[in-house]
Ligand binder design. Structure first.
Ligand SMILES: Nc1nc2c(ncn2[C@@H]2O[C@H](COP(=O)(O)OP(=O)(O)OP(=O)(O)O)[C@@H](O)[C@H]2O)c(=O)[nH]1
Length: 690
């Protein structure tokens, strides 16, 4: 029996996994194949069960043989694991069939999504049916076997003792001549019925309709048709044993051939009916299969089969859905067999010119190429990293990260990973993603507390304090007034008293716009019984810096000994960051208003220009000694507005932080007063790495 089967992408993502052992087969068995054969490029052991020209190479690890095949165009590897002792020759066919069916069903999706978003859970029942089909020899008995040159293609190989078909691999132990008690024949070549009959136990054998056999038209009905469970009292014979039709495995094979021949010749497939003894009657064309009327004995046996199915980890093949899939499977398998026959003609010619070792060598080098992106304990070189890093750079730029920031990030990832040994069976892509996620997290995580409320409380509690002063700057139309109003709403919710200052004395309508916001907020604060808000305005044409200074003085001296405001929020006129005259007035504004916090609003949609915007605004905020305020970075934080309009493309966050070292404090996520959020670094990194 098979021990495990795995379908994985060449970048190391396991898409489908079946284990028949308990506990599950240790991952180091599969990892050795990846490391020893694909990465270190050791030659695989030649196939030892079929002929030396078998298309699927094998590898031995401990007591296991790993046999594999690949679908290069979609970047998939199919690996079967079984105990070397068993020498399962039908695994060749299984690999080809599973590859054909799986690629047919999921190939396009894997190509498109690289495997990450591909859900292959429904493949379980199909896989089980293919295992059963190969295990019971259906495919080989119809004369269309898929193992290249082996006897099985002739329909006889499975009946040939391994001593005549097994070859000795390079430094690989010889395939054992079958299990003791089987007359020197490998279990692999026999269906369960054949094994039992060959051991002379046919008298104790009762045929049981398997999940497969119970489906009209499923592959199992083409061959002997049922699993045989050693069970039943004395005198219970299988139908074939009763009729004395089957005396040797060879005759089982030929009877299978007969059945298929009948089907192929256009006749409807012979229906079977299970008689009261639980035996199938063949040749009765009117008979309809109805297993619901199974006898008590059969019901018991069905339970045994069910247990087998449960042990195999999937009951899907017994479900209605499974039946649908399995009916389609016949067509898929036939198509694969037909195309395989065609390919065989070509590969036979290649084999003749290359010789057997030539074929094996080609397969190995092709697979090594496939796995070049998988690393396992490999020391990374610049060459390894170059292409995936280029792809990562493009990915970041597509997420709206400015090129300059993307390039720098990638080079820091390269520095991190160069000469590093990575964990076993990890792809370079995955390693880079991991390292990039860490770099982004590092960049976006503020180094000092951004707890605005705590800072405000601490400041205004000091003796002789003035109100906490926050000013908002940025280019035209980015959302300064709107986000200032959102901050005001947030402060009101926290029972603070806010003075909003109409510092945009330049753009007509700016003061009125702010007046409307303050009116709305006043209404909200009354309704919700939170904080309070007022507007300080001096109309148009005044010097904005002077207005700001006056507003702060007014708030500080209000209330005769007791301040009436906790926070002063100053709006400013929008300006183009490359308009030197308007930009330089910010320096004076900084000196006169002397804000505790200067927040710059940047639009999430802005892209590359965000870097220049951030730098040019930051450099205007110098103290009286000409030093950039806030420990040399100029401003205190960014508000990235309109994040609700960019989906995953939140790269502006990274660009602005990367260019200045100034953290993101808030995100604007809509046009309501409540649409303001603190930055969740994990959320942003997830969006960027998607
Ligand atoms: N979708 C969305 N729209 C926003 C957001 N923030 C602001 N806006 C909109 O952006 C537009 C401009 O907002 P304002 O607040 O007037 O921008 P401003 O920077 O003050 O404009 P100027 O004073 O002319 O420089 C308005 O229509 C706002 O509703 C946001 O987070 N999401």
């Amino acid at each position: 029996m098979l021990d495990a089967f795995t379908i994985l992408t060449t970048s190391g993502i396991v898409l489908f996994d079946r284990s028949y052992t308990s506990p599950k087969l240790s991952p180091h068995i599969l990892n050795s194949l990846i490391n020893d054969v694909f990465i270190e490029q050791h030659r695989p052991a030649p196939s030892s069960t079929a002929s030396s020209t078998a298309p699927n190479p094998s590898f031995k690890k401990e007591k296991y043989t790993l046999r594999w095949t690949s679908a290069r165009d979609v970047g998939l590897i199919f690996v079967a694991v079984y105990q070397s002792l068993l020498g399962l020759s039908w695994v060749e066919e299984l690999l080809q069939l599973v590859k054909g069916v799986f690629v047919g069903r999921y190939g396009d999706k894997v190509k498109k999504e690289g495997g990450t978003g591909v859900d292959c859970r429904e493949f379980g029942p199909t896989f089980d049916a293919l295992v059963e089909r190969c295990d019971t020899g259906t495919t080989r008995r119809d004369g269309a076997g898929l193992s290249s040159e082996g006897g099985s293609e002739e329909g006889e190989g499975e009946l040939t003792p391994p001593s005549s078909s097994a070859s000795v691999g390079e430094g690989v132990e010889e395939e054992p001549p079958g299990l003791p008690g089987l007359g020197g024949r490998s279990v692999s070549g026999l269906g369960k019925r054949e094994v039992l009959e060959s051991t002379g136990t046919s008298a104790d054998v009762t045929p049981v309709p398997t999940p497969e056999a119970s489906r009209p038209g499923t592959p199992m009905s083409k061959s002997s048709g049922h699993l045989v469970t050693a069970k039943g009292g004395p005198g219970k014979l299988s139908r074939r044993s009763r009729k004395g039709q089957v005396t040797s495995p060879a005759s089982v094979a030929s009877s299978g051939d007969e059945a298929i021949k009948r089907t192929r010749e256009g006749g409807a497939k012979a229906k079977r009916r299970w008689d009261a003894d639980g035996f199938a009657t063949e040749g009765d064309d009117d008979a309809v299969l109805d297993y619901s009327a199974a006898t008590a004995d059969n019901a018991g046996e069905e339970r045994e089969v069910e247990v087998e199915a449960v042990n195999a980890g999937d009951m899907g093949s017994r479900t209605g859905k499974g039946q649908f899939l399995l009916k389609d499977l016949d067509d898929e398998v036939n198509a694969i067999i037909a195309s395989s026959k065609q390919q065989k003609q070509t590969s036979r010619a290649d084999t003749i010119s290359d010789g057997p070792s030539g074929l094996l060598g080609t397969t190995t080098s092709k697979l090594s190429g496939l796995f070049r992106n998988v690393i396992g304990g490999k020391t990374l070189t610049k060459d390894d990293l170059r292409q995936p890093l280029q792809m990562m750079e493009t990915h970041l730029i597509e997420k709206n990260v400015a090129r300059e920031a993307a390039v720098r990030l990638c080079s820091s990832v390269e520095t991190d990973l160069l000469n590093q040994k990575t964990g076993s069976f990890t792809s370079i892509d995955a390693t880079i993603r991991d390292s990039m996620a860490k770099a982004l997290t590092r960049i976006l995580t503020p180094t000092s507390s951004l707890d605005l409320l705590r800072n405000i409380t601490r400041t205004i509690e000091k003796p002789d304090a003035r109100p906490y002063v926050i000013s908002i700057v940025g280019v035209n139309g980015v959302g300064k007034s709107t986000n200032l109003s959102k901050i005001a709403y947030f402060l009101l919710q926290n029972q603070l008293r806010v003075l909003v200052v109409a510092g945009d004395t330049f753009r007509s309508g700016a003061v009125e716009q702010l007046r409307v916001h303050v009116r709305n907020l006043t209404e909200l604060s009354r309704r919700e019984r939170v904080g309070s808000v007022e507007l300080f305005e001096k109309g148009y044409g005044k010097d904005a810096a002077t207005v700001a200074r006056d507003a702060v003085a007014f708030a500080t001296n209000s209330g005769k000994g007791e301040m009436l405001y906790d926070v002063v929020l100053i709006d400013t006129a929008g300006r183009r960051h490359n308009d030197t005259r308007l930009m330089s007035s910010l320096t004076k504004f900084g000196h006169l208003a002397n804000p505790d916090k200067i927040f710059m609003v940047g639009e999430a949609l802005v892209g590359t220009d965000s870097v220049a915007q951030a730098r040019n605004f930051a450099k205007e905020f110098v103290d009286t000694k000409g030093q950039l305020r806030n420990n040399g970075v100029g401003m205190d934080g960014f508000i990235i507005s309109k994040c609700d309009t960019v989906g995953d493309m939140v790269g502006t966050l990274v660009s602005m932080v990367h260019a200045t070292g100034i953290p993101v404090v808030f995100l604007g996520v809509g046009q309501h007063y409540g649409d303001l959020r603190g930055l969740n670094v994990g959320w942003a990194v997830d969006k960027l790495m998607k």
